[in-house]
Design a protein around this ligand. Sequence first.
Ligand SMILES: Nc1ncnc2c1ncn2[C@@H]1O[C@H](COP(=O)(O)OP(=O)(O)OP(=O)(O)O)[C@@H](O)[C@H]1O
Ligand SMILES: [Mg+2]
Length: 254
Amino acid sequence: MFEICHVFAKVKNSDLEILKDFSLSIKPGEVHAIMGPNGTGKSTLSKVIMGHYNYEITAGSLLFEGEDISKMSVDERAKRGIFLSMQDPIVIEGVSNSEFLRTAQSEVTGKKVNLYSFIKEMEKAMKDVSLDSSMLHRSLNQGFSGGEKKKNEILQLKFLKPKFIILDELDSGLDVDSLRIVCSNINDYLSVNPNTSLLIITHYPRILQYIKPDYVHVMIDGCVKKTGDKSLALEIEKDGYSGINTMIGIDVCE
Ligand SMILES: Nc1ncnc2c1ncn2[C@@H]1O[C@H](COP(=O)(O)OP(=O)(O)OP(=O)(O)O)[C@@H](O)[C@H]1O
Ligand SMILES: [Mg+2]
């Protein structure tokens, strides 16, 4: 589904290179987790996949379902089914949550959204993620608590029905009950859409107890240094990254 091959990426209009020969191959239905120290490039990777204007790919390829998406705009990528739940969801003052969701759903599906069915679907989805219905009418993420912002990202996921989901530190800011609720929403989505793939960026193994990863990768200094199964996440929790730091990057590309 996703082939990220030897990608180098830097901050636009600067020499700051963040992704350094990053490679990852993700098949339909697989769940991959990425762990790594602060500042190692995990969020940058998620933004590069999404096409954020701040970053520039200087080498390598980004193939989604066999198609090179590296030159596509953010909305073209979203329309192809790529979704990012951001580490720090942005605030958009003056755009209500419901307006945002309805417009995004209509853009991504290419269909006009019926207001009545949208409201019905919305009421149920808000209940599912345990968000108060008053949040629908507030400006997007404005004044939302850390956890409410994360739940709101998952609300978007439920409406946009992506094929490839990136969760960048979904677990930061969510209390234990909320994390369980949000993960159960994601697992329900995956059971209905079994070909959907997931990339979970996290610092802690807790989220991986709810959403079971097929692979866990350790990213250090802009590339994958080690890949294993979920036991690798527990190893990191126990021993940290010092033993992995000196390894040479692994190559998953042919
Ligand atoms: N637009 C930018 N301008 C300058 N530096 C940047 C920019 N974007 C990212 N960086 C730097 O690149 C490095 C990687 O940042 P990134 O946010 O990808 O780290 P991360 O692995 O997600 O860290 P964390 O675990 O703390 O979220 C950091 O040192 C960051 O300061
Ligand atoms: Mg980050």
